[in-house]
Design a protein around this ligand. Structure first.
Ligand SMILES: C[S@@+](CC[C@H](N)C(=O)[O-])C[C@H]1O[C@@H](n2cnc3c(N)ncnc32)[C@H](O)[C@@H]1O
Length: 275
């Protein structure tokens, strides 16, 4: 059977988008999307079985990244699993921002709070090999995953630690403090689309603000005089995050839009006073 006919049949059988079927096919056949148009071999039964198994799981809503165990972020292919958030493309805005603010031989320090797979910390480690990068997460399985990704790319300038936010960072200060913390409110309707990702990576008390607030309150004690704080937050949270930063005496508070035009990150300089 021609591949295009098989794709149509699978689309009908699983009621999934054509693109979903194609992604699974390219993964199983180890080809790229263009390769689907010229593929002329007969599919073997084990390949067909794997395609059906994966499509059944996609039909249940399990994200493709959890099925393959990897997700591309920046220039990395990161190991992911049920304990880690799947890194999102919009988070690359943080990486872009730090790269804009630092020369290629930057040898300062960077802290990534709630590192998950290590997405932000490891991308920066690769781009700024002289920087001294700390990546922390409360979840031990996330720490293990971030370490596996660090080893995968042999990045020697990253330290991965288990810590409840700043708890195990006493006395340490950084030139950049970065976080993409949990920021979704418990009753947010978007959570129903995120049921396969860990709640501990997504949900925060106080209508989604408790972790952002904790980081804003404590980061200043871990920042060098010229340091910057960079926070990712929800699409409608920039105003409140700005207010919290300003009331904590951070300076030069600004929000930045992602490619979809959404105010996705807010940055601020370390306070000069108010310690
Ligand atoms: C939204 S995910 C971000 C993951 C990763 N930085 C990314 O952008 O893909 C938030 C991360 O914060 C971690 N986290 C939640 N509460 C924490 C806490 N109290 N201390 C440290 N990390 C925490 C979660 O385990 C999760 O990995």
């Amino acid at each position: 059977m021609a591949l295009s006919t098989l794709i149509q049949e699978l689309q009908k059988q699983y009621q999934l988008d054509k693109r979903e079927i194609e992604v699974v096919m390219t993964y199983v056949l180890k080809i790229n999307t263009a390769g689907l148009f010229i593929y002329d071999k007969e599919l073997q039964q084990p390949q067909l079985d794997t395609i059906h198994q994966l499509l059944e799981k996609r039909q249940q809503g399990i994200p493709f990244a959890y099925l393959t165990g990897t997700k591309d972020f920046w220039s990395l292919s990161l190991n992911v699993n049920e304990y880690t958030l799947i890194p999102r493309p919009e988070t690359e805005l943080i990486v872009e921002y730090v790269l804009e603010k630092t020369p290629s031989d930057f040898d300062g320090s960077i802290l990534d709070l709630g590192t998950g797979t290590g997405a932000i910390a490891l991308s920066l480690a690769l781009e700024r090999p002289k920087a001294n990068i700390f990546a922390i997460d409360q979840c031990s399985k996330c720490v293990a995953t971030a370490m596996s990704n660090k080893d995968k790319y042999q990045l020697t300038n990253v330290t991965v630690l288990q810590s409840n936010w700043f708890e195990n960072l006493t006395g340490k200060r950084f030139d950049f403090v970065i976080s993409n913390p949990p920021y979704i409110a418990k009753d947010d309707c978007h959570l129903s689309n995120l049921q396969f990702e860990p709640r501990s990576a997504l949900v925060a008390d106080k209508k989604g603000y408790s972790d952002l607030e904790h980081i804003i309150n404590h980061a200043k004690h871990h920042m060098t005089k010229t340091a910057q704080l960079i926070l990712e937050h929800g699409y409608n949270q920039s105003e409140v995050v700005q207010q919290k930063l300003k009331s904590n005496c951070y300076l030069n508070v600004k929000s930045h839009r992602d490619l979809a035009g959404i105010q996705r990150i807010t940055t601020a300089d370390a306070p000069k006073s108010c310690y």
